[in-house]
Design a protein around this ligand. Structure first.
Ligand SMILES: O=C(O)CCC(=O)C(=O)O
Ligand SMILES: [Fe+2]
Length: 199
């Protein structure tokens, strides 16, 4: 870890805990992890059904866990693969930072600016109440938008840079929504890893 790894921003938000650590990994280490995960993960592109119409999900995903519990969201049921050594290593580093244990990592691969992740909360039952979700970003920078469900003045965006760690906790998944919007900018590929506890 680099000299700046301890720098963090704790956002002051109603009904949410949100912490941003820009230099969790150095740019070089983040690049190395990005290349390795791009090559070695078992990426899939699922079909989602919205209002009876089927679409391909606008990104690739992969799921790894230390148990066999499936993860379902948006009509998709994902079955995990066992953790690789590389992913286990990242998991341990992030567990030390977030002071919690995770069972599962969901990886998202945004191939270009037209890949995205629509407004949602990570509020599936299997995550439990007030889950801690730690989100590592690698590769191209993309904006993370987040908004309160009812306080309309609470709308914010944050540029997630390569090597950064974003920790969502408290009541955030109950009271807030988040998204990675499409962008018309000519952005490169990005991988995001969200570590979760599924029990
Ligand atoms: O790509 C990101 O930064 C966010 C991913 C996300 O919100 C999710 O997988 O639930
Ligand atoms: Fe999410």
């Amino acid at each position: 870890m680099d000299l700046f790894s301890s720098q963090k921003t704790v956002f002051n938000l109603p009904q949410a805990e949100l912490i941003y650590i820009p230099h969790f990994y150095t740019p070089q280490k983040a690049h190395d992890l990005f290349v390795s995960l791009l090559e070695n993960c078992t990426w899939q592109q699922d079909t989602i059904t919205i209002f009876g119409k089927t679409h391909l999900q606008p990104r690739l995903t992969a799921l790894y866990a230390n148990n066999t519990k499936s993860y379902s969201y948006s009509n998709i049921i994902m079955q995990p693969q066992p953790f690789t050594d590389k992913l286990l290593h990242i998991k341990t580093a992030i567990e030390n930072e977030a002071n919690t244990n995770f069972t599962t990592v969901l990886l998202n691969r945004y191939r270009h600016g037209n890949d995205s992740n629509g407004w949602h909360a990570d509020n599936e039952k299997e995550l439990g109440k007030n889950p801690i979700i730690a989100s590592l970003s690698l590769g191209a920078s993309r904006y993370f938008h987040y908004k309160h469900r009812t306080i309309k003045t609470e709308r914010h965006k944050l540029l997630l840079e390569s090597g950064s760690l974003l920790i969502m906790a408290g009541e955030m998944q109950q009271f807030w929504l988040h998204q990675i919007p499409k962008t018309k900018k000519n952005v490169g590929e990005r991988i995001n890893l969200t570590f979760r506890k599924i029990v």
